[in-house]
Design a protein around this ligand. Structure first.
Ligand code: CA
Ligand code: CA
Length: 75
């Protein structure tokens, strides 16, 4: 499943990750062990796999379902 986050500066390889909606940094304790690993140098977006208790970095064009954060409005 895609989550709304990405590597802030993929070309810099500085391993800074942010949530798109808030711009806040990703808590480094949320990664699955061994991730983010930038497999094949192509993983710049955040996803999570079923059965894994942590985040993974994934290729941009992998076809996954997604989950987005939005603002909650009260009328
Ligand atoms: Ca990357
Ligand atoms: Ca990965």
């Amino acid at each position: 499943m895609w989550l709304g986050g990405r590597e802030a500066n993929p070309a810099a390889e500085d391993d800074v990750w942010v949530w798109d909606m808030s711009g806040l940094p990703v808590d480094q304790t949320m990664w699955y062990p061994g991730e983010p690993n930038n497999h094949q140098g192509l993983q710049d977006h955040i996803c999570v796999y079923e059965g894994r208790n942590g985040l993974d970095d994934c290729k941009q064009f992998n076809p996954y379902v997604f989950l987005c954060e939005t603002e909650y409005l009260v009328c």
